[in-house]
Each structure stands twice: as structure tokens, then as C-alpha cells.
Design a protein around this ligand. Structure first.
Ligand code: GLC
Length: 647
């Protein structure tokens, strides 16, 4: 009888791999092994949640090897950064963390061009820059760069990998962390893996989901939603070269990867470390909800997704611990918290996740002048792990999908589908009294659903006011923008300022003249940075100056308030006035109470919202004036946004 030998731990595997290459006594090797001891169990747990032995054992061993080779390639400056970040693990949670999101080409022309605008970013207090897809995409239509043909090369017109490294170094020197996209659900049809599959190589055909006929796709389609019903209906595309139906959730040229293939897992572990070693601090895990497919479901948010993330993150923690993950999971509240981790996964998956619900609810509240649905939606969020943070935002490069839960709507006395239809009407500027100038995106004839494109300024009414040449209307629209961004900056987590919002840039219809963009109106809110307009931020009396100063001020105030650290939650407080939102952040350094009036009328709410601050001498941080209190009520100006604390 042979006794079962226990499987070696990841630290043992790492040490053995170091020994094989003669690096076990090299500088930092001890720390690497220590980290493998610390995060090895995560790697193991993640993989074993998805794969059975002996495949799981082999995969863990391969990932340990990848971690070692990734670490061996890691430049010393980044190893130093790892050490510093390990000493400050909450580096992305503090109130000083401010995000900015831009397309490299539209912001700076090239990667080198971006570095010439670092001062502009610093002016806004930026400490975190997300540059939109910049890895080499396919030629022609490429979904804004989300159809990657080479993860190890930069888009030709933007520069080279060496330029990306120089930019990262320059950003780091300015105190700015760099985020880029890691598209892991799909590759371009022109990616070498897909090309090899198309040449008939079985090894690579297994990287994808390919079906000989419609039988299986037909079964899946029964429960799959459509992401682009308008220009890419269905989830499968016939491909002559592979003589089969290929899974394509998004566009027909974006081939979904088969993550149940361990080779795919290893490829991405390797790519993750490759990008980390170029100086990238955060990977935005694009469309991560779609990674795992399961018959009879919508094939989103499957538990395996979290096992895979846990394992990938563990590889990164071992080899490049200053790297963090941001989940792009645009899913409901009950699902999204799983990306930050629930139960045994808490704090072991992504470090950041987009707060899509907050974004949608801010727009809903501004249209209805009613915060009850927002409050209802936020109340449903379980607390997130204290080591993680939300990425909060008002606008991004995508459309706004009206992610409003029918039950929530019903509980505040509304009808879900009717409310979503109203929001589309309102923001498309068709509803009577609308202040918005947006455009519908992906109208789904079958379900009646539609989403919304448009820049923040155009959606909050600045475009309408400028058209009307009405100064009072303009002041009101700017106040509306301030109110919305104050919620984004005040929620806790990383506020993401979307390029152009700081200058109130309007919709850009130029995309209609570009054949690769014309059918996708999301390009109306992806403008090129007009640097001549940006220069006006210093001319007092201009709209640009007003809005820029306003956004900058939000950042300055935020930075000064320890209670905005992401470790604590924002909790809504009953205001007994549907037009008024109150949020409390309870923090050891002192509580912060935020009150927002989402309407153009004066409003009042009970002083009870002040909670623990009630009998204290108050200070207001955003505007400097504590609202008047009359008859036990706070009196709030139109679109007031106030952040109150004890003096
Ligand atoms: C993400 C991106 C979106 C893209 C999709 C497919 O949702 O934000 O722009 O179309 O992924 O990659």
C-alpha cells in the first residue's frame, strides 16, 4: 500500500521553480516565496473551485511557474513599487484617490502625447488614470479597441510597448497610477489564436466555443440575452474558416474564449504579468461577467468566474503585488458584490468594481426629482469587503443601460418597464419638460428596451440651456451637474471623472462621418479633447472655467476628509422628502452627513438626518455655508449638495 503524498503547496512549487533556474538565492526570492505562502492558498482555492484533479493540480503547478517567470522579468523599480504598496495596501481606497478616464488618442494623440498632459491631470488632482483600450486591435471596426489582436503590442498609431513603459514611469513620478483594459472574455477574429483555429489547429480551436451546427447554440440562445441586438443580433456567428458557429456575445468579430480550457487560464496569467511588468497598476477586467457559459442560464455571473479571478489575482499578488483588479461587471446589486467577494471570497477577487447601480439611479433621480428608487436600490447592497472600493462614475464611454429592478420600482409604487421607457424618453429629450439631449442606443424591438448615449453636459441640460441662450437655465444645469458629481465624489471609493465632463463638453456628432463609428452612437460621448477649449478653464467668466473649478474643488474637499476612505460604507438616511437624499458615512475620524436636493425647487428635510451631528457645531465642506435650520428643518437651495461634519 502506498501512502498518499500530500500535494506540494504553491510556495514549495515556487521555490522549486526558482531553484531550477538558479534564482533561489537571488535578491527578493525570499519575499517571493513568502508571498507564495501568503497567497498560494488563494491560487489553489480559486483553481479547485473550477477544475477537478488531476487537471487542477497540473494547472496550479503551471500557474506557480508563470508567477516565477513573471517575477524574474519584473523590473527593479516595479519591485520597489510592490514593496511600497504592500506597506500601504489601502493605496487605492483613500480620499486622495481620484480617477480620470480617457482615450489615449483622443486625449493626447499618442502615449507620448498623454505624458505632455500630466500637468492637466495633476490640476484635477488625478491619482489614477484609466486609458481606454490601447493594445493592438484588429483593423477596421474593433468596438472601440475591445477586439484585441495582440495583448503584447500597443495600437500602432499610439506608440510602442516601450512608450507605454515610459508613460507609466512618468505617471508614477507624478503620483498617478495607470489602469488599462484587459479584455478577457473575447479576442478579435484576427488574434493569432483565432487565426490558428481558422487554419484548422485543434489546439487553438479549443480556445473557443465552436459548434458544428445550430443544435447547441439554439439551446443556449433560449436563455441568453442580446448585448447588441441592433448591430450584432444573436450570440453565435457562422464562420466559414472553422466551418462552425462561434460564440460571439458582442460583435461577430469578437470571439468568446473558452475559460474551461486550462491553456486559456495560463495565457491570461502570463499576459497579466506581462502588462504588470510594463508598469500597469490596475487591470480593468472587461466584460468579466460573461466568462463562464452554462446551459439554461444567461451565462453571466457564474460562480466559476470568481474562482478564476481569485486564482489570477493570487498569481498577481505573488509576482507583482502592486497590481489591482477592477471588475467591469455591469450587473445587478445582488450579483455585483460577488466581484468584490462574498463569503469565503470576500476581499479575494477584484479590488475594485464599477457601481453601475449608483450611476443609473443618479440619472433616474435627476429626471424624476425623486430619490426613493435610488434609496431602495442602495439599501439592497450588502456591505462590501472593507479592503475593496467601488469605482463611482456619472458617465463613461458606454451607453447607460436602465438597470432598474422591477421589484424595487414596484416597492416605490412605480412600474419597472414604464419607468425605464420614461427614462429613455426623458434623456432622448422627447418627454415634455425634458432638459436632456441624449440619443437612444440599441433599441430592442422585441423587448421595447433601449439604452442611452450622450455626454454628461448634454444629459444634464447644459446643451439645452446654451441653445436657448438662457443664463438662468444654464446656471440650473450646472448646479444639476454639480449635484450629480458631488454624489459621485462623495460616495466613497474611486470617483472616475470621464474626460470632457470637467469642461462640460457637449455631444460630438463628428462620429457620423467616420465609417467605423457611424452605426454606434456611443461615439457621440467619446469626443477628442479640444485643447483650445480646455485652455479656457483659466478664463474666469467662461463655462469651462466654472465647471473645471467646480470639479477640482470637489476633489480638493474630498481629499481633506478622512471619512471618505473606502473602508466605510455610505448609508442612506430617511429624509421624508422624496426630492432630498441624505447619506451618512460613519467613520472613526468623525461622521460625514451628505444632503442632496435633486430638484430645481427649494426643499426642506427634517434635522433628524444629521444623526450624531445633531447637537454639534456644524461645518459644511463643499460650499462653506451650513444650511439654514427653520422649524427643525434643513432648508436646501435648488440642487444643493452639502457635506456636513462636526467642527
Ligand atoms: C465592455 C466595454 C464595452 C465593450 C464590451 C465588449 O462592456 O465597456 O465598450 O463593447 O465590454 O468588450
Amino acid at each position: 500500500m502506498t501512502a498518499l503524498t500530500p500535494l506540494p503547496g504553491v510556495d514549495t512549487l515556487v521555490e522549486a521553480a526558482l531553484r531550477r533556474v538558479g534564482a533561489v538565492t537571488s535578491d527578493g526570492a525570499d519575499d517571493l516565496v513568502a508571498r507564495a505562502r501568503r497567497w498560494g492558498p488563494d491560487l489553489d482555492a480559486g483553481i479547485r473551485a473550477v477544475f477537478e484533479p488531476p487537471r487542477a493540480d497540473a494547472l496550479v503547478a503551471r500557474l506557480a511557474e508563470i508567477a516565477v517567470s513573471g517575477w524574474l522579468d519584473r523590473p527593479q523599480a516595479l519591485r520597489d513599487r510592490d514593496r511600497d504598496r504592500l506597506l500601504t495596501p489601502d493605496w487605492f481606497q483613500g480620499p486622495d484617490t481620484l480617477g480620470y478616464v480617457a482615450y489615449a488618442d483622443r486625449f493626447g494623440g499618442t502615449l507620448d502625447g498623454v505624458s505632455t498632459h500630466i500637468d492637466y491631470l495633476r490640476e484635477l488632482g488625478t491619482t489614477y488614470l484609466h486609458l481606454m483600450p490601447l493594445l493592438a486591435p484588429r483593423d477596421g471596426a474593433n468596438d472601440g479597441g475591445y477586439a484585441v489582436a495582440d495583448y503584447r503590442a500597443v495600437r500602432r498609431d499610439l506608440g510602442t510597448m516601450a512608450d507605454l513603459e515610459s508613460l507609466a514611469t512618468a505617471l508614477h513620478a507624478a503620483g498617478i497610477a495607470l489602469t488599462i483594459d484587459l479584455v478577457l472574455n473575447h479576442v478579435a477574429r484576427e488574434h493569432p489564436w483565432a487565426e490558428a483555429a481558422r487554419r484548422g489547429e485543434q489546439h487553438y480551436r479549443d480556445y473557443f466555443h465552436v459548434f458544428p451546427d445550430r443544435t447547441v447554440p439554439g439551446e443556449f440562445e433560449r436563455t441568453l440575452p442580446e448585448v447588441f441586438p441592433d448591430f450584432a443580433p444573436g450570440n453565435f456567428t457562422w464562420d466559414d474558416d472553422v466551418a462552425g458557429w462561434v460564440w460571439t456575445t458582442f460583435n461577430d468579430y469578437q470571439w468568446d474564449l473558452n475559460w474551461s480550457n486550462p491553456d486559456v487560464v495560463c495565457e491570461f496569467a502570463d499576459i497579466t504579468l506581462f502588462l504588470a511588468n510594463r508598469g500597469v497598476d490596475c487591470l480593468r477586467l472587461d466584460a468579466i461577467a460573461f466568462l463562464w457559459k452554462r446551459l439554461g442560464t444567461d451565462s453571466q455571473n457564474q460562480p466559476e468566474v470568481h474562482g478564476l479571478t481569485r486564482a489570477l489575482r493570487a498569481v498577481a499578488r505573488i509576482a507583482a503585488p502592486s497590481l489591482v483588479f477592477k471588475a467591469e461587471a455591469i450587473v445587478g446589486p445582488a450579483q455585483v458584490v460577488h466581484y468584490l467577494g462574498v463569503g469565503d471570497y470576500a476581499g479575494h477577487v477584484s479590488d475594485l468594481a464599477y457601481h453601475n447601480s449608483l450611476m443609473v439611479q443618479i440619472w433616474s433621480a435627476l429626471a424624476t426629482r425623486d430619490v426613493r428608487l435610488l434609496v431602495r436600490a442602495l439599501e439592497k447592497f450588502p456591505p462590501k469587503p472593507t479592503t475593496t472600493a467601488w469605482a463611482t462614475y456619472l458617465r463613461c464611454h458606454d451607453d447607460i443601460g436602465w438597470a432598474i429592478d422591477d421589484t424595487d420600482a414596484w416597492q416605490v409604487g412605480w412600474n419597472g418597464p414604464a419607468h425605464r421607457a420614461f427614462l429613455s424618453e426623458w434623456y432622448a429629450g422627447r418627454a415634455p419638460g425634458s432638459f436632456a439631449r441624449g440619443a437612444e442606443f440599441q433599441v430592442n424591438e422585441a423587448t421595447g428596451d433601449s439604452r442611452m448615449s450622450g455626454s454628461a453636459a448634454s444629459l444634464v441640460g447644459i446643451e439645452q440651456a446654451l441653445e436657448a441662450g438662457d443664463a438662468a437655465l444654464l446656471a440650473r444645469a450646472v448646479a444639476r451637474l454639480h449635484c450629480a458629481y458631488a454624489m459621485v465624489y462623495g460616495f466613497g471609493g474611486i470617483p472616475l471623472l470621464y474626460m470632457g465632463d470637467e469642461l462640460a463638453l457637449l455631444n460630438d456628432t463628428g462620429y457620423l462621418d467616420e465609417p467605423a463609428h457611424a452605426d454606434d452612437n456611443r461615439w457621440m460621448h467619446r469626443p477628442r479633447m479640444p485643447w483650445d477649449v480646455a485652455a479656457m478653464r483659466h478664463d474666469s467668466d467662461t463655462l469651462e472655467c466654472r465647471v473645471f473649478a467646480m470639479v477640482r474643488h470637489l476633489g480638493d474637499v474630498r481629499r481633506s476628509l478622512p471619512s471618505l476612505h473606502a473602508a466605510v460604507e455610505s448609508v442612506t438616511v430617511e429624509t421624508s422628502n422624496p426630492a432630498v437624499l441624505a447619506v451618512v458615512r460613519r467613520h472613526a475620524a468623525g461622521d460625514l452627513v451628505q444632503v442632496y436636493n435633486v430638484s430645481e425647487d427649494w426643499q426642506r428635510c427634517d434635522v433628524g438626518v444629521l444623526g450624531s451631528l445633531r447637537d454639534r457645531e456644524l461645518v459644511e465642506h463643499l460650499v462653506g455655508d451650513v444650511p439654514r435650520i427653520e422649524d427643525w428643518q434643513l432648508v436646501l437651495a435648488p440642487y444643493a449638495a452639502v457635506w456636513l461634519a462636526a467642527r
